[in-house]
Design a protein around this ligand. Structure first.
Ligand code: ADP
Ligand code: MG
Length: 265
């Protein structure tokens, strides 16, 4: 049985895609069978996984609107995990879903036949609280929230918490925050330290202990279609995401829940 997580924050540029790609690669390295779903019409997780988003047909969009089997969308990436890719067409899903019945549950329904094929499914969300993000929340057991420690990060979190509460009350009572991950973190910068302290005070144990530093190799990797781990395995960025994956796996008890499905076992 797979466990589904979304990587969400309605702010852009806070490291959602970098976290989705590198966590997927790190979990794959740990022998988990991982599916990464790109739910952002910008298709950055698709490109960052070495897949040409322009030529992609069918994509996650065709699957969501019921025109293609999700299995036909999925390809294997050179980072060790599978990907269901996206491109600009996904932006039309908003309109297409509006009239649909149970429009919030389209993704959840798509994923249920794949339950036995993957241990972990990661969904890279767009930087909005749109129907696509609501679909991701509805399908997920947990939410990973990457955050940069800037002043405006604190503002964004309250909107996100309201949306999570609404989804919990109306659609998916099981949704929990798996944790907040500090990315592009530099504790030498006073403001970052202060924001980090405030977040820790507010979220307590929900903060992941692992932090991801600013690391240029993580920023370079996507242009090679690689995760940071596959691009420069010993870089600080790669090591940070490995530590995070370890912590995340422990927190979510991935080894216990899905040992049966682990590769080669
Ligand atoms: P989002 O998906 O939230 O919009 P991205 O993951 O695309 O954010 O990150 C935004 C930009 O910051 C990208 O150019 C990415 O390469 C860069 N970036 C993300 N994390 C790091 C990091 N730890 N160190 C350096 N650059 C990073
Ligand atoms: Mg992104």
């Amino acid at each position: 049985m797979s466990k589904i997580y979304c990587i969400a924050n309605q702010k852009g540029g806070v490291g959602k895609t970098t976290t989705a790609v590198n966590l997927a690669a790190a979990l794959a390295e740990m022998s988990y069978r991982v599916l990464l779903i790109d739910l952002d019409p910008q298709g950055n997780a698709t490109t960052g996984s070495g897949i040409d988003k322009v030529k992609l047909l069918p994509s996650i969009y065709e699957a969501i609107i019921g025109q293609a089997d999700l299995k036909r969308v999925i390809t294997h990436s050179q980072n060790g995990y599978d990907v269901a890719g996206a491109n600009r067409r996904l932006a039309s899903a908003e309109e297409e879903l509006l009239g649909a019945e149970q429009k919030e549950l389209a993704l959840k329904k798509l994923l249920s036949p794949l339950e036995d094929e993957y241990d972990v499914v990661l969904i890279d969300c767009p930087p909005t609280l749109s129907i696509l993000t609501i679909n991701a929340f509805s399908a997920s057991a947990g939410l990973i929230i990457p955050m940069t420690c800037e002043y405006f990060s604190l503002e964004g979190v309250s909107d996100l918490l309201l949306t999570i509460r609404a989804v919990r009350e109306q659609i998916n009572g099981d949704l929990v925050i798996s944790g907040l991950l500090r990315v592009k973190f530099d504790p030498r910068i006073t403001l970052q330290r202060q924001v980090s302290d405030q977040l820790t005070e507010f979220f307590g144990k929900s903060m992941f202990g692992s932090v991801v530093p600013t690391n240029v190799r993580l920023a370079e990797a996507p242009s090679h279609g690689l995760s940071g781990l596959n691009y420069d395995s010993s870089s600080r960025g790669a090591q940070a995401y490995r530590s995070f994956a370890e912590e995340f796996g422990k927190r979510e008890k991935l080894h216990k829940l899905i040992k049966r499905g682990k590769k080669g076992k």
